[in-house]
Design a protein around this ligand. Structure first.
Ligand code: ZN
Length: 218
């Protein structure tokens, strides 16, 4: 799942109004932001296998530090705790922690049974929706559009940048998502790792948008 995680981040703004969209993106995509660094360090591994699933040609061989249930629970608590330490606000801290965990839950729907429960054990979870492209894409678009709707209901642009920044992000995510689905398989694991690192720019983009939008008064 890709834009679905950003959809959840957008949606969370309606519940965690003080948190910047950048922070919410950072939380909802956190374990996918750790993953490329673990790949580049050789701590985790992935294989490009055309046909691995109908939608995504990847075999997630080993990624317990970013994507095991146990590690995600720890990242989630850590993220929430750091947010609380910096901002001193309980609700957004809890929501940010929940966003980190939401990533795993959504991945569990789309991935094949490759998500580990613990760091060393052999149990793997995954419902495998990536083998049912219409369902997987439909679900992801639904989450993204729903999240965008909630975000637009919660905030309005305070200047042109707030509107242009948001809609260009939506267009950019749509193009990248389309490329992931309909484009050729990635040329190498290194290419996957470096393009995934570029997702940090999306977090920065979220912070930038948030500074040019304000909460709607209800
Ligand atoms: Zn993931």
């Amino acid at each position: 799942m890709f834009i679905g995680h950003f959809g959840v981040g957008l949606a969370a703004k309606s519940a965690a109004k003080q948190a910047s969209l950048g922070t919410l993106f950072l939380a909802s995509q956190f374990i996918d932001l750790l993953w490329p660094t673990f790949l580049l360090l050789g701590v985790e591994s992935v294989k490009i296998v055309p046909g691995a699933t109908k939608l995504i040609p990847l075999e997630f061989v080993y990624y317990p530090f970013s994507h095991s249930l146990l590690a995600v629970a720890a990242w989630s608590v850590l993220f929430g705790a750091i947010y609380f330490a910096v901002r001193r606000a309980v609700l957004p801290a809890v929501i940010c922690g929940g966003l980190v965990a939401s990533h795993w839950a959504l991945d569990a729907l789309t991935h094949q049974p490759d998500l580990p429960l613990t760091l060393g054990g052999s149990s793997r979870i995954g419902l495998g929706l990536w083998n049912y492209p219409a369902l997987a894409i439909g679900l992801e678009l639904l989450i993204f559009v729903g999240g965008l709707f909630l975000y637009l209901r919660t905030t309005k642009s305070s200047d042109r940048v707030g509107s242009i920044g948001l809609w260009s992000l939506v267009a950019f995510l749509a193009v990248v998502y389309g490329g992931n689905i309909f484009g050729p398989p990635p040329p190498s694991v290194n290419a996957i790792a470096w393009t995934s690192q570029a997702q940090w720019l999306l977090v920065a983009w979220g912070f930038w948008i948030d500074r040019h939008r304000e909460l709607r008064v209800v």
